[in-house]
Write a protein that binds this ligand. Structure first.
Ligand code: SAM
Length: 249
């Protein structure tokens, strides 16, 4: 059996009791550590709480050689952990399909996701979001155009855009850098983005949420990772009031 288990947003204590119980009853426990990470904990702290060794899985392990742990799941109980929810903004539906094709029973134990946390922390209503996008670190002189195209379309449709910020093994993109990159991309297309909303360390005891112009956000100390950004479309009256109350708009 293969169980996908969401760990939640910040540290090892965010897991559900159901998820913890399943980990403790599993023969093997693997943590996928490239689509998102829990910055408030370490694999050692997880091992201590879970009472199980936690094997790390990188992109190549999951997307290149999933048979390594899928074969184990044919004969034993394997827990596959991810930060957030295992099926939100990841490619793990592919993994579940592969497991099913190999005759492996699967189950999902959900976790709190950054997608819902952003709605709670910013007051932006989930049904007023359009397509989301990812902002990768520039590669040499190359920078993607997709994020700004998505944002432009969403603004035209009066919808908000969730912008996931790149995670690399040795660095995390932060809000100030993301805003700078989007400002350059917007200027190159001749458009302007009036308001950004930044969220840092959702799920921790001290998340930072700030809304304003690019210049206003440049003066905010967001602190350590993880960070995420929203480019709002039209703000509903209540959304505006919430951002004024809780995010300094
Ligand atoms: C590709 S998404 C994966 C989402 C995950 N499966 C979930 O359900 O939460 C990961 C991105 O979301 C953002 N993110 C995830 N957790 C966060 C947190 N606790 N605080 C702020 N941003 C976060 C970061 O921009 C990160 O690069």
């Amino acid at each position: 059996m293969l169980t996908f288990i969401g760990l939640g947003l910040y540290d090892e204590t965010d897991i559900s009791i159901k998820g913890l119980d399943r980990i403790r009853r599993s023969d093997y426990v693997f943590l996928e550590c490239y689509t998102s990470v829990l910055t408030g904990t370490t694999p050692e702290q997880m091992t201590e709480l879970f009472g199980k060794e936690v094997g790390m899985l990188y992109r190549e392990d999951v997307e290149g050689h999933p048979e390594t742990f899928l074969e184990l799941a044919k004969e034993s109980d394997v827990a596959f952990l991810t930060a957030g929810d295992p099926m939100v903004s990841t490619t793990h539906i592919d993994l579940r399909i592969r497991a099913a094709a190999m005759g492996i029973r699967t189950e999902i134990i959900h976790g709190a996701s950054i997608v819902s946390a952003v709605c709670g922390l910013t007051g932006l209503q989930n049904y007023r979001f359009g397509k989301s996008c990812s902002l990768p670190f520039p590669y040499g002189k190359w920078a993607p155009t997709t994020p700004i195209e998505v944002i432009e379309q969403n603004i035209a449709d009066k919808l908000h855009t969730l912008v996931y910020l790149d995670i690399q093994p040795d660095r995390y993109m932060r809000i100030p850098e993301a805003v700078r990159m989007l400002e350059e991309m917007a200027a190159a297309r001749g458009i302007s983005i009036p308001v950004y909303v930044g969220v840092a360390r959702a799920g921790s005891g001290s998340p930072v949420v700030a809304a304003g112009t690019a210049a206003a956000l440049a003066g905010v100390d967001f602190g350590g990772p993880l960070h995420i950004l929203v480019v709002p479309g039209d703000l509903h009256l209540m959304e505006r009031e919430y951002l004024e109350t809780f995010a300094g708009l």
